[in-house]
Design a binder for this molecule. Structure first.
Ligand SMILES: [Zn+2]
Length: 106
């Protein structure tokens, strides 16, 4: 591997957990192995969970006209579709927006 700073060619051995490989000439960090490989995915998953809850709890749309005000969330819209008899559409909305928003079938 060539150092990005000084172009010294070096061989990088397998790194232990939490280890770093530095350039022998300039000390630039050539490679690093995280101390806890689950830490970043766990933090990202918890952050996504918080954002998911907020996104489903906040109003999707507000409407104010002629002195009347209406607001709904994704689940509120799906619920209203269900009550209006559009049950298949309501189930598709709930599935695509709440249950599996990033589901891809390819
Ligand atoms: Zn270097």
């Amino acid at each position: 591997m060539a150092c990005q700073e000084c172009d010294l060619l070096q061989r990088i051995p397998p790194l232990p957990i939490g280890g770093r490989a530095r350039c022998a000439r300039c000390g630039f960090v050539l490679a690093a192995r995280p101390s806890d490989p689950l830490e970043l995915p766990l933090v990202l998953t918890l952050t996504a969970l918080i954002v998911f809850v907020v996104a489903n709890a906040m109003p999707l749309m507000d409407l104010s006209a002629v002195g009347r005000y209406a607001s709904t969330t994704i689940l509120g819209g799906a619920r209203q579709m269900w009550l209006d008899g559009e049950r298949i559409t309501a189930m598709i909305v709930v599935f695509c927006a709440v249950i599996a928003p990033r589901c891809t079938c390819s």
